[in-house]
Design a protein around this ligand. Structure first.
Ligand code: ATR
Length: 286
């Protein structure tokens, strides 16, 4: 790729920035679609966030992503929010409009919905169980709730589950029940679940053998979605595949949230297969 005076700058801000797959994914899609842009990862500590966003504005960066721990705190430095970011109270994508106004969006929930759709999972009428009540669970609940029949939300810290369920009910009038995650609450509620979503960090590298769900509780007639993408196939996904359940891995959500960010920035359709290839190659999966 040739960098010229016309090249637009895009970035990811997080802390730590770790082994983010977003630069590989976005630069691949820029190249494939002929967008004269470059995407870099920037390690921005919380006290530097205000200056960093000011810098983005000052140099006219075309757009940026924010990740942990800035998804909520970035909001006060922006000029506005779209409806998805406003209802969630969290931002993962910022678009710099023509007038140099920074507008926050959130593509996490829509990315999860797109991943489920691509896997052929029809949400209408589904009883859903979601594990976790952190930022990722929140984004998924707010996108999913209007589309499914019901959601049971289980979290290690019970009050967080109840709070998220109440927020979703208040904002969307959705049928969401929150409770503490225990062996009993899990076993009791999973029997009526058509779709199980792990939105916790359990099973993530390096503790790849862990799963919150005993494999005997999984059934072939349910769908299982794990938001973790490292490893690409978590223990939960392996167990679900072993019983013949339909599965969706976290790489798919990662790619679709990135594809939606790309589309917001460039108004072009993202070729997701290019993005999948880039992240898989980055993870040594080719
Ligand atoms: P994210 O923004 O990615 O969702 P987070 O806000 O830190 O990250 O949320 C992590 C989720 O994983 C939380 O729901 C957390 O449960 P708590 O709210 O009780 O902390 C869940 N989690 C992490 N480790 C866990 C474990 N060992 N068992 C059960 N849940 C766990």
């Amino acid at each position: 790729m040739k960098i010229t005076s016309e090249t637009k700058l895009y970035a990811l801000m997080g802390y730590p920035i770790g082994h983010s797959l977003s630069p590989a994914m976005q630069n691949a899609v820029f190249e494939a679609t002929g967008v004269n842009g470059v995407y870099i990862a920037l390690k921005v500590s919380p006290p530097m966030l205000r200056s960093a966003v000011g810098g983005m504005r000052a140099v006219g960066v075309a757009g940026f992503n924010v990740t942990i721990p800035h998804k909520v705190s970035v909001i006060r430095f922006l000029d506005g929010l779209d409806s998805s970011a406003a209802s969630l109270g969290a931002v993962n994508t910022v678009v710099n409009s023509n007038e140099n106004r920074l507008i926050g969006h959130n593509t996490d929930g829509a990315g999860a919905m797109a991943a489920l759709k691509e896997a052929g999972i029809h949400l209408d009428g589904l009883c859903t169980m979601i594990l976790g009540a952190g930022g990722a669970a929140r984004a998924i609940v707010f996108s999913l709730a209007p589309a499914v029949e019901s959601i049971v939300l289980l979290n290690r810290t019970g009050p967080k589950a109840s709070r998220l369920a109440k927020d979703a009910e208040k904002a969307l009038g959705a049928n969401v029940k929150g409770m503490r995650l225990t062996a009993e609450s899990l076993a009791e509620n999973i029997s009526s679940a058509d779709l199980l979503i792990n939105a916790t960090s359990v099973g993530m590298h390096p503790k790849t053998k862990e799963s919150l769900v005993d494999k005997n509780l999984l059934r072939s007639d349910m769908a299982v979605f794990d938001i973790i993408y490292n490893p690409a196939r978590t223990q939960l996904i392996r167990d679900a595949q072993a019983v013949g359940a339909k599965t969706v891995g976290g790489l798919s959500m990662l790619v679709y949230q990135g594809a939606l960010a790309f589309e917001l920035w460039t108004k072009k359709k993202a070729p997701v297969e290019v993005m999948f290839k880039a992240v898989e190659s980055q993870m040594g999966m080719e």
